[in-house]
Design a protein around this ligand. Sequence first.
Ligand code: IMP
Ligand code: MG
Length: 172
Amino acid sequence: MQELVPVLTEEEIERTIIRIAQSISLDYKDRDLILIGVLKGSFIFLSDLVRKLSIPVKIDFIQVSSYGYGTSPSESIELKNDVGIEIKGKDIIVIEDIVDTGFTLEYVINHLNNSEPASIKVCTLIDKLERRETDIKIDYSGHITKEGFLVGYGLDYAENFRNLPGIFHLKL
Ligand code: IMP
Ligand code: MG
């Protein structure tokens, strides 16, 4: 039987988002900021985050999918939908729901770098630090977790549970 164990409440997530939004608003004052959400998991986090920013911002999305990790993890990631707006010379923050090994983010950053943005930083709501296998740097991090598989607030298990307002540990 599946069991959902509460990890973060709506209120805790909101406080975290306010903290991150304040940092970003300060760091990118008078800059030309574009936030790029990694679909699908980041859609709720991004939409809550942008409404707490006090600076102008442009928003776009990129969608990637991974097909399990074989001998070369980066080769198992596929670009499904590219960004649509011009990012050359712009300051970018990539918005992720959760960073685990870091292979997805590494792929996204390498891909975006081909378009020569002025800068790329990374923001994630959940950082599974202990399982990192790449040396990507997280610039804005909401929560570090050791828990197992998390669902809710955009995070899914086989496309389920994205709509839960809080974040839960899924025990199978
Ligand atoms: P990475 O490439 O190993 O960093 O994995 C990143 C992607 O795997 C995330 O964008 C999620 O889509 C998915 N993922 C990793 N851990 C979890 C989890 O605990 N819950 C839901 N999705 C996860
Ligand atoms: Mg994701």
